[in-house]
Ligand binder design. Structure first.
Ligand SMILES: NC(=O)c1ccc[n+]([C@@H]2O[C@H](COP(=O)([O-])OP(=O)(O)OC[C@H]3O[C@@H](n4cnc5c(N)ncnc54)[C@H](O)[C@@H]3O)[C@@H](O)[C@H]2O)c1
Ligand SMILES: [Zn+2]
Ligand SMILES: [Zn+2]
Length: 351
């Protein structure tokens, strides 16, 4: 079969590899129908994720059809059309039982294994460990593209942004960074009660998208030198926003979030940070604020499926570019230059 194989920093190829086979009785094999590329795949290709070694098939998102199941699979069956969750889980360790499969101990303390510790979904077939837990049946009426957005991107913005930020009825929410992750938070903020959702970015295309995804207001960082002041002016009483969701991953945006929340407010950090960030506890110890962090658990996919079926949200909006599997290198090129190409999510579909 063909798969997108990592060959060390800066090197990848769409090449022939052996088809995966069942290894454990709880495994299933899925024939991939639709897959996509995540910002994390770009980090891997830069060499930022040391655990990913030469020969690894990349990808942790997508929809496909189950072609084989191990003898211990009871919920998934051959022929099921399924969403492959980016987080695998044993379902029985303390972390899985506590709703934190992102730290599944049976999988070595990390539930993100596809395209990381085992071969991933940018391939014609993928082996899925603990398939009963990691495969979500795709309901009739939900498209493969919509389902693919539930593997990772939409749960990440919803869980680590909106839910960890405890967005409640009437809240004013700032989302700093309107890339796919910020847009996922924006899409799910209003259905969670936000009365006002303010998108902050410097990219005109993404700010326009933010409006389409549900932002009530936008702030263009290239048009103001007082983002914090603007956010406060848009808050209920000038004291600051209730929740600020950090969806970039640099010190400046974390500071924007911290500076713009009101006393009692929440900062939900989603961005992956690569350098130290300062926290002015000498200022904020008195402010009763909450800061949360986290890796997606993807446990809200069923809830998000309900919102899609009810017509409350439509994650197909993320898909700006479509390719066949054979065009995966072109898809990577487009996604790596997302800002210039006006790309959000690029999707590859098996022809
Ligand atoms: N916690 C998790 O589980 C998790 C999962 C996936 C991704 N992430 C992280 O979330 C972050 C966002 O991911 P993405 O795919 O949307 O990234 P992206 O690079 O596509 O989007 C980031 C956006 O931030 C904007 N931006 C840059 N500097 C800014 C600034 N100073 N102020 C406001 N906006 C600014 C950019 O214009 C861009 O639109 C990344 O750090 C990513 O690694 C975290
Ligand atoms: Zn991802
Ligand atoms: Zn577990």
């Amino acid at each position: 079969m063909k798969a997108l194989v990592y060959h060390g920093p800066g090197s990848k190829a769409w090449e022939d590899v052996p088809e995966p086979t069942l290894q454990d009785p709880t495994d299933a094999i899925v024939r991939m129908e639709t897959t996509t590329i995540c910002g994390t795949d770009l980090h891997i290709l830069k060499g930022d994720v040391a655990a990913v070694t030469d020969g690894r098939v990349l990808g942790h998102e997508g929809v496909g059809v189950v072609t084989e199941v191990g003898p211990d699979c009871t919920r998934v069956a051959v022929g099921d059309r399924v969403i492959v969750s980016c987080i695998s889980k044993c379902g029985t360790c303390d972390y899985c039982r506590a709703g934190l499969p992102s730290h599944c101990q049976t999988l070595g303390g990390i539930g993100w294994v596809f395209g990381h510790l085992i071969d991933g979904t940018q391939a014609e077939y993928v082996r899925v460990p603990f398939a009963d837990n990691g495969l979500i049946p795709l309901p009739a009426g939900v498209s493969a593209e919509q389902g693919t957005m539930l593997s990772d991107i939409l749960p990440t913005g919803y869980e680590i942004g909106v839910r960890y930020g405890q967005v409640a009825q009437g809240d004013v929410v700032a989302v700093v960074g309107a890339g796919p992750i910020g847009l996922a938070a924006i899409m799910t903020a209003a259905p969670s009660g936000a009365s006002r959702t303010i998108a902050v970015d410097g990219n005109a295309f993404r700010l326009a998208q933010a409006k389409d995804f549900g932002a009530t207001d936008t702030i263009d960082i290239s048009a103001t030198d007082d983002v914090v002041g603007e956010l406060k002016r848009l808050s209920r009483d000038g004291l600051g926003v209730d929740v600020a969701i950090e969806a970039v991953g640099v010190p400046a945006t974390f500071a924007t979030c911290l500076d713009s929340i009101r006393p009692g407010g929440r900062v939900a950090n989603v961005g992956v940070h690569g350098v130290p960030v300062s926290f002015p506890i000498e200022r904020d110890w008195i402010n009763n604020i909450t800061i949360t962090t986290g890796l997606v658990n993807a446990t809200t996919a069923p809830q998000l499926l309900d919102k899609i079926s009810a017509g409350e949200i439509d994650p197909a909006k993320f898909v700006t570019h479509r390719f066949s599997f054979d065009e995966v290198l072109e898809a990577y090129d487009t996604f790596a230059n997302a800002a210039d190409r006006q790309a959000l999510k690029v999707v590859m579909t098996k022809e």
